[in-house]
Each structure stands twice: as structure tokens, then as C-alpha cells.
Write a protein that binds this ligand. Sequence first.
Ligand SMILES: Nc1nc2c(c(=O)[nH]1)N[C@H]1C(S)=C(S)[C@@H](COP(=O)(O)OP(=O)(O)OC[C@H]3O[C@@H](n4cnc5c(=O)[nH]c(N)nc54)[C@H](O)[C@@H]3O)O[C@H]1N2
Ligand SMILES: Nc1nc2c(c(=O)[nH]1)N[C@H]1C(S)=C(S)[C@@H](COP(=O)(O)OP(=O)(O)OC[C@H]3O[C@@H](n4cnc5c(=O)[nH]c(N)nc54)[C@H](O)[C@@H]3O)O[C@H]1N2
Ligand code: SF4
Ligand SMILES: [Mo]
Length: 743
Amino acid sequence: MASASSAPNRTAHRICPLCEACCGLELQVAGDKVLSIRGHQADVFSAGYICPKAVALKDLHEDPDRLRRPLVKRDGRFVEVGWEEAFDEIERRLVPILEKNGRDAIAVSVGNPSAHKMSLMLYFTRLAKALGTKNVYSASTLDQMPKQLASGLMFGHWLSVAVPDIERSDFLLVLGANPAASNGSMWTVPDFRGKAKALRGRGGRLVVVDPRRTETAELADVHHFIRPGSDVFLLAAMVHTLFEEQRVRLGRLEPHVAGVDAVRQAVAAFTPETVAARCGIAADTIRALARELADARRGCVYARIGSCTQTYGTLASWLVDVLNVLTGHLDEPGGAMFPRSAAFAQNTIGRPGTGRGITTGRHRSRVSGAPEVFGELPAGVLAEEIETPGTGQVRALISVASNPVLSAPNGTRLAKALDSLEFMVSLDIYLNETTRHADVILPGVSPLQDSHYDVAFPQLSFRNHARYSAPVFEAPAGQPPEWQNLLRLAAIAMGRGARADVLALDDELLAAELNKIAGDRAPALLAALAPWRGPERLVDLALRSGPYGDGFGARPIGLTLRKVMEAPAGIDLGELQPRIPEVLRTPSGRIELAPPLLLDDLPRAAAELGCDDSTGLKIVGRRDVRSNNSWMHNLPLLAKGPLRCTLLVHPDDASRLGLVDGQNAAITGAGRTVHAPVQLSDAMMPGVVSLPHGWGHDLPGAQLRVAAERPGANLNALLDESLRDPLSGNAVLSGGPVEVRAA
Ligand SMILES: Nc1nc2c(c(=O)[nH]1)N[C@H]1C(S)=C(S)[C@@H](COP(=O)(O)OP(=O)(O)OC[C@H]3O[C@@H](n4cnc5c(=O)[nH]c(N)nc54)[C@H](O)[C@@H]3O)O[C@H]1N2
Ligand SMILES: Nc1nc2c(c(=O)[nH]1)N[C@H]1C(S)=C(S)[C@@H](COP(=O)(O)OP(=O)(O)OC[C@H]3O[C@@H](n4cnc5c(=O)[nH]c(N)nc54)[C@H](O)[C@@H]3O)O[C@H]1N2
Ligand code: SF4
Ligand SMILES: [Mo]
């Protein structure tokens, strides 16, 4: 390839793959070098907004620690091998395990970056299907599974999640989310800060409920501290207040809602007075919050990870939308609305307005009996499924863009379990805390060498749109795109061998699918899709058969992949539109406001009514705009500057505990201790400390040279891996009890 000095400059565009805001980037490149990265001003969706992480894509692309060749562990040491040798090794070791122990002996664990890579997103399911294992794990049960479960039960599909229509809103109540740092989650909203300021600028109000006065709270009109883990009580008491004060107003949704009376009865005992001490929020304040929401002309409640990663995560997520429905704010402009995605959205497929709904518990985890949720088992049970002998024991793991040794509670136990596996394969870009346990690592290409279409995020976006990114650079000769690696693993699992023709397998799997969904039309559709292969072909199919699509000729002005490709700034599909009842996929064809699974779980919370939770120190996480979960600490641009892995402590707690700003504290939780420097902060709720997650890069065997210089402390070492929301299986990551002393 030409060097930067001799090659002409060119401009390229790419959807940023680093967080859910999905900003459009403009890159200047020459040859194989990145010259600059900035926001793409013309982007129809993000209009030029970016954060510092985007600029660090250059560091990621150039990172000498980023793996370029497959690694195979021989005698305990990794050696570089060719691609064929790596896959031969996988076949040689994986197939006997499958033959001897059956499909469930192989677990898969898929992580967050897969949501940002269509290659992984679209082809992981093909691998999982080929494996046929019940042992499917992902970051979803460390994150948003409660929201997906609650949305699924209420609206009929796991991704029918209502998001704030912020540009037309004049009231937003935010719980357990810090979009000013995280840039939003389960809500794709580039430049949240600008949009929040605009909301306030037009006289609207932003209210934040969080155990820390966050960057988002700093933007708000009002901030209330809340004791970690108590959102369910606050929200139930707000619902209670709406009924008590006769403020329930369903508006246009009236004929489409089932279960209002059941909700009224279910929250009858949750008076503001009985929850105040548990939440650390006065009863009057709770009533005022309910009134403000009810009185808002256009507004809604939005809650995210802080309210999900709790023992009552699903209940809290449900009550958020109960409030939105009961105040007439669901599916209304300026309220919480359902995006209409151009491709892949189940809530645009099939008969509008009714469907099969969702179920959980189609199988259970072998050791703890945790129910399957959305095809997955809780990340927290993976270690015990590996450790516990018996039929169905996990003996091999395929990890795909996942780093559970740092991202899940008690990674020490998981790391030991991984070492006891008979075989492990990782698809990853680093030799890190998790992949060091693998026997084979298959490196993914740099995001700049990969094409992309967002599969999930347009289903969660503040505005409807469609965008495609072509690869900025060619992949190195011989390095397959990740979808082909996943298909090759699928071929091995299907008994076709490591040398199978994966392009033929791709054709075959698609043809089988089309035969099922399109019957007689399948051959014609295949012919129409013929110019494409791999993920692009699946995107073209989804777009053309989607709600804005050309219907394969039926609506010639409609979308095709080609049309989206020809619009480097993307195609704007307009502001969110009311979608009820059409969006619903519940069997009743109504919004299920009182799903039995949730009502049956509520007594668990009711048993805690009247409890006081004002003593004892609790720990919560936090996110910094220059960090991203566990894997961006090796990029010099982001790693420099002040230490980010500090323990925030309220000055009153610090003086009681004898802690000094800047000095190390020993933090003990779940029987384990880590050390981190204290940072005094009156932004903390007294009795709550905060440490970011994703740190702890001091484990032997990883190759993250920059990250190892300032490894930070692992928050997840302090958390109990057995604690989870029983409905969704989501880990309890918020509010763990800790003891802190000067080190
Ligand atoms: N205590 C606490 N724990 C948490 C959280 C919290 O708030 N508090 N947050 C949770 C949340 S929300 C999430 S989503 C999880 C994340 O949990 P994980 O998904 O397990 O963790 P990540 O840190 O995102 O690690 C991503 C992995 O993907 C690799 N990777 C990056 N890009 C690519 C690529 O292009 N291809 C491939 N094949 N691999 C790639 C990285 O090297 C890394 O190994 O962490 C959770 N853990
Ligand atoms: N810069 C950056 N951006 C990211 C990530 C990152 O690591 N860094 N990770 C990405 C991922 S994977 C995700 S899922 C999203 C998450 O995006 P957000 O949901 O916005 O996540 P956080 O910024 O962790 O905000 C969670 C907030 O919940 C608060 N909290 C903790 N416990 C409780 C509680 O019990 N009740 C209430 N009400 N609040 C509580 C915390 O103090 C914190 O302020 O961010 C994404 N974006
Ligand atoms: S907010 Fe930053 S990391 Fe997230 S998509 Fe935009 S530029 Fe990328
Ligand atoms: Mo996440």
C-alpha cells in the first residue's frame, strides 16, 4: 500500500462503532494512514457531533498490541499461526468435545462490541444456531436485559423499547443514566448534552435521580439523590400517587391498554411514606415528581443501567413505562416513542398490532435453575456451569468480543473456571484478561477495515434514519472478515470441517431461511439479492422488505442497500411517529400494563416496605467519556490525563472513615479487596461511593502495554456473582455493600 506521504488524501465516512450514539465520522486518510477524524457535519443523524473516543479510533487502528494474526497456545505460550492452521486446531479440539459431551458442553459468550459490528451481530446467531447449545451468555445480562424483558412483556417484542422524543419534549425525568458521559444507552441520541440544553432553553425541565450528582445532573434543573437499588420503590410510589390523586390519564391509548386496575391494586401498599426511608427521598418529593410528570405537556421518564442492574431491575424498568402510559406520555410526540427502524426490527415484521408476545424459561441453567431469557442464561452462572461436574457441564467456550473476566462480577472465579476448560476460542482484537485463557485467538479486523450497518440502534434512535459505512481501508491480505470466521466455526460445529466453503454455506443458510419465510418467492428474492454477499446481502434483504423498502420492486421509490450506500451522510426518515397499536406484538393486541410475571414478583419488593436503608456503605459504578467498558484503556489518546479509576467519596464519609484525598483506600466487598485512590466529592450521596468498572489491567498474561501502566482497580471484584434479578437474570452491579479504609 502507498505510504501516507505519496498517497493522495481522501475523505471517508464511518459510523463510529464505539458507543450507542452511533455518530457519523469524517476521516481524512492517505494510503493506509489516518490523518484526522472529526464529526461529519452533513450526517443526517448526528450532524457533526463526536466525543474524544472517536478520535482515538486512529490509535485503535494503529495499536501495536491489536492482534493481526491468529494465536495458538502451545505449551502455555501463544504463537502466531496462519489462518488455516488456527481453524484446523479448532476443529481438532472442538469436535471431539461436541461428539463426546453433546452440544450444551460448548458455551458461547458474546460481548458489547458485537452490537457495533454487523459482521458479529448478524453472524453470531448463525454460529449459535449451528452449535445448538443452551449455554448462551452475553453482556446483556450485565446490562439491559431487565428493560428488554419489561418491554417485551408489555409491548410484545424484546426490542420494542420506547425512547424519549427529546427534541419535542419539555420534561424529562432521568433515572440511573448519565448520558452526558455515556452518550446514551437503549436510546441512540448523539449530542445528548446539546439536546438537553435545547430542551431547557425552550422552557422545559430536566430532572435527574441518581446516587451521584452526575454530569447529566449538572445539566439538570433538579437532582435528587437516591439510595442504590431502590428505584422500584420510588417508581411504584409515583404510580401510587397518580392513582391516589386521580391523575391517571390514558388519552389516546385508552382502548389499547389492559391491566390498569391490576396495577392500581398492585401498588396500593407503596405509599410515598412507606418508601421514603428506603429511597432516601422525602415522601413530598416523590408526590411532587409524580405530579410534575402528570402535568407535563410533553415529557416522559427515561431510566437506564443504574435502574437495571439491581435485584428489582425488571420491576423498575416496567414501572418506568407504567408511568409513561398512565400519564398519557407513551407514544405521544415529546414523550416516550417507538422508533420505526428501516431494517431488522421485529416490530415492523408480520401482522401489525398483534403477535406471539415473548416467553422466558424455555429452559433453565443446570446448576442454579436460572430461567432462559431471550435465548440466554445469566452471565453470572457461567462460572458454576463450567465448574460443576455432570451431564451438560460446560467444557469449551467460544468468546466473541467479550471480556467477562473484567466485565462480570468475580472475575477471579471465572478466570479459574476458564483455565479448567478443555478448550477455548476467542474472537477478539486483543490478548487481554479473558482471551489470555483461550487456546486459539482469532483476531477481528480493525473497525476501519470493516463495513457497517447498525442493526440494533435504529430501533432505539431519537430519529428514524438509515446509514451504511463502507470499509475505510482494505483488510490485510488473508485476514477474513469476522462474519466469515463465525461461519467457519459454524461449519466446524455442523461437522463440515475447517476447510468448508463458507461462502457456499452462507448461500445455503440464506436460501433455507428465505424458503421458510418467502416460500415460492424465495428464488426471485435470491436472484434480486445476487449482487451481494455476507452481511451486505442480509442488510439489503432487510431494507428492501422493511417498512421503507422498495419491496423488491413493489415500491420503486423505496430503500435498497444501494440507495443507502449512495448517501454517505445517511438517509433521514423523519421524526418519530405514534405507532400504537401497530407496533404491538402482544397476543392480546394491547399494551399489557400488568404482566403476571411482574405482578408475581412485586411482593418481593413489598416485603421491604417500611425498611430504612440509611446505614452501611454501598458502591456504584460510573462512566467517563474517555473510557469504554474494559477495552479502550490501551489507547494513548484516551489513557493520558488524570487518573480515572478513582474512588469517589463524600467528604463526610471520608472524615468518618479517615480517608484522605489522593491517598489509597482499601475497598472490601464480597470478601475481596481492591485498592484505589480516594477522590473527595460532594457530588456523591453520603453513604455511597463510586468506582468505574472495566479496570484491573494488572493480570498476568495480557498484552495491553499502555493499559498496564495504569491498571486501575476492578469494581467487579467487589461484587457477588450470585446476585441477580430473578426475572431477567441480570447481574446486580449497583449498590453492593462495601467497607472502605485507608490503605
Ligand atoms: N460493575 C459493572 N460492571 C459492568 C458494567 C457496569 O456498569 N458496572 N457495565 C456492563 C455493561 S453495560 C456491559 S455492555 C458489559 C460489557 O462487557 P463485555 O462486552 O464483556 O466487555 P467489553 O469491555 O465491552 O469487552 C469487549 C471485548 O471485545 C473486544 N473487541 C473490541 N472490538 C472488537 C472487534 O471488533 N471484534 C472482536 N472480535 N472483538 C472486539 C475487546 O478486546 C474486549 O475483549 O460490561 C458490564 N460490566
Ligand atoms: N464513555 C463511555 N460511554 C459508554 C460506556 C462507557 O463505558 N464509557 N459504556 C456503554 C455501555 S456498554 C452502556 S450500557 C451505556 C450505559 O449508559 P448509562 O446507563 O448512561 O450508564 P452510566 O453512565 O453508568 O450511568 C448510570 C448511572 O446510574 C447511577 N446509579 C447507580 N445505581 C443506581 C441506582 O440504584 N438508582 C439510580 N437511579 N441510579 C443509579 C450511577 O451513579 C450512574 O450515574 O454507556 C455506553 N457508553
Ligand atoms: S459519542 Fe463518541 S464514542 Fe459514541 S458514537 Fe459518538 S463519537 Fe463515537
Ligand atoms: Mo452495556
